[in-house]
Design a binder for this molecule. Structure first.
Ligand code: DGP
Length: 119
């Protein structure tokens, strides 16, 4: 639950630049980088630099930082020219949702139509 860097967390290591990523945006408290396994023409992850295991723990501990993720996600969409066409924001929370990295992140997905429904 602590917001200190977790030495076993891959996104903490991306934040500290100990492992490489294609960073597209950065603020003092957030980082946005391309997903290593893109599921759409644009697939960017926005993370808080501080470590929280998921969106719920982040929102409970620091609502302002949780909101900053959404602001940055919108900026990513504008930069990627998908703000007008439309995009999806996804927070996977827990194993059944398919969460594999337990550092809060929002997926920004766009550049294609998602006609198959809500999920
Ligand atoms: P989730 O299933 O919501 O926990 O999504 C985690 C995403 O993180 C998944 O789409 C793949 C991505 N990912 C995992 N490891 C790395 C990495 O080392 N670099 C980058 N850029 N993305 C990663």
């Amino acid at each position: 639950m602590a917001d200190l860097p977790d030495p076993d967390c891959i996104f903490c290591k991306i934040v500290t630049r100990d492992i490489p990523a294609t960073v597209v945006r950065e603020t003092d408290r957030t980082l946005a980088f391309r997903d290593i396994n893109p599921q759409a023409p644009t697939h960017v992850l926005v993370v808080p630099k501080a470590h929280y295991p998921n969106a719920a723990t982040l929102a409970a501990a620091d609502p302002e930082l949780a909101a900053a993720l959404l602001t940055e996600a919108a900026e990513v969409a504008a930069d990627e020219k998908i703000a007008e066409s439309g995009y999806r924001l996804i927070f996977n929370t827990g194993a059944a949702a398919g969460q594999t990295v337990y550092h809060a992140h929002v997926h920004v997905l766009g550049g294609q139509a998602f006609h198959e429904g809500l999920v």
